[in-house]
Design a protein around this ligand. Structure first.
Ligand code: ACO
Length: 330
């Protein structure tokens, strides 16, 4: 039994990116686009694509193993596994159950969480809540996406944006370091059609017609999402800092959802956090949805960009619409 009311700490992080690289120059051969257009409009140079036999749980597995290794824990220590994914292995059982089996985490409960690109933030907040309730001690949180399976590779408006990958974090009751100080979650379901995969669920089950219409691939109203994302990003940062009694200059690093460098630049124009305090790796991986923040967080750890006591802000927005933030003291 764990003491109720504990804050949660991140005790390990990990990531996995498939080996296959798809560059903008490769895409030039597939659709009417150019490296120049993609880089200047999105900041993306290349993205990773999972092998045909791999699903989201297969990407999650090595990321989870790395996070457990870093935390000096074994799968047997896990009480709960939460996987955030918009691209689960199958409608059910959950990707988290697939991962639980692969890890051999026999004691762990397991469930998936669907909040699109905000999924990892929702999952971190949920894990922190479970820990605070005193019902569990060790939680594995994973963001894992195989978006390449749901992209229309003939649609230049969307296929250049996304990539595959996974990131993970292990959480335990806080010992005073790498601690979650604050979480915030929000949604506006009236924006549900702005980013979606219309078919494949109970509303539009797969038929020859839905397949022929391309309803199983990502639909995106990019310009509208762009405007929403800039405002959401700014509001998330301002509100999170206010809630924690912190100022913009107190922030050591912002780890935003890697959606588009123009969105990040536009949002930060009115916020006094310089770009060298913002972690960006979208150039190498594209938008990996729920995986983007844990991959970026792990890379920030690996690069030594987080020092003891640093205030770290994680902010995300995505399909749903959903948005949310987590404030950490490292
Ligand atoms: N290559 C060349 N031209 C292109 C491409 C491409 N890959 N894609 C679109 N264009 C064209 C369009 O057809 C359009 O041509 P037109 O003027 O002749 O009609 C022109 O470029 C401009 O299109 P816009 O959509 O206005 O381009 P914009 O500057 O808005 O950039 C983008 C598009 C990158 C999608 C941008 O709107 C964006 O980043 N939006 C938000 C990001 C987003 O939605 N990400 C996904 C979120 S979902 C999630 O995170 C799970």
């Amino acid at each position: 039994m764990v003491k109720a009311g504990s804050r949660a700490s991140i005790v390990g992080t990990g990531k996995f990116l498939p080996e296959k690289v798809l560059t903008n120059f490769d895409l030039e051969k597939m659709v009417d686009t150019s490296d120049e257009w993609i880089r200047s409009r999105t900041g993306i140079s290349e993205r990773r694509i999972a092998d045909a036999h791999m699903a989201s749980s297969d990407l999650a597995y090595p990321a989870a193993q790395e996070a457990l290794r870093e935390a000096n824990l074994s799968p047997d220590d896990l009480d709960l596994i939460i996987v955030a994914s918009a691209t689960p292995d199958m409608p059910f059982p959950s990707t988290a159950c697939h991962l639980q089996a692969n890890l051999g985490a026999r004691r762990a409960g397991a469930f998936d969480l669907s909040a699109a690109c905000t999924g990892f933030i929702y999952a971190l907040a949920s894990a922190a809540g479970f820990i605070a309730s005193g019902t569990v001690k060790t939680v594995l949180v994973v963001g894992s996406e195989c978006l390449s399976r749901f992209v229309d590779w003939t649609d230049r408006n969307t296929c250049v944006l996304f990539g595959d990958g996974a990131g993970a974090a292990v959480l335990q009751p806080s010992h005073g370091r790498r601690e979650i100080l604050h979480t915030f979650l929000a949604a506006d379901g009236t924006g549900k059609d702005l980013i979606c995969i219309p078919a494949g669920g109970s509303r539009l089950p797969p038929t020859a017609e839905t397949l022929a219409q391309g309803q199983h691939t990502m639909k995106l109203r990019g310009r509208e999402v762009f405007k929403f994302a800039v405002t959401a990003f700014q509001t998330l940062i301002r509100d999170a800092l206010q809630e924690c009694g912190l100022r913009e200059q107190d922030v050591a690093l912002v780890v935003p959802h890697q959606v588009n460098t123009r969105i990040i630049d536009a949002a930060l124009k009115d916020i006094h956090i310089p770009m060298d305090k913002v972690f960006v790796n979208i150039d190498r991986y594209g938008n990996t949805s729920a995986a983007s923040i844990p991959i970026a967080l792990h890379e920030a750890v690996q690069q030594g960009r987080l020092k003891e006591g640093d205030v770290i802000l994680l902010v995300a927005f995505g399909g749903g619409l959903t948005w949310g933030s987590v404030v950490l003291r490292w």
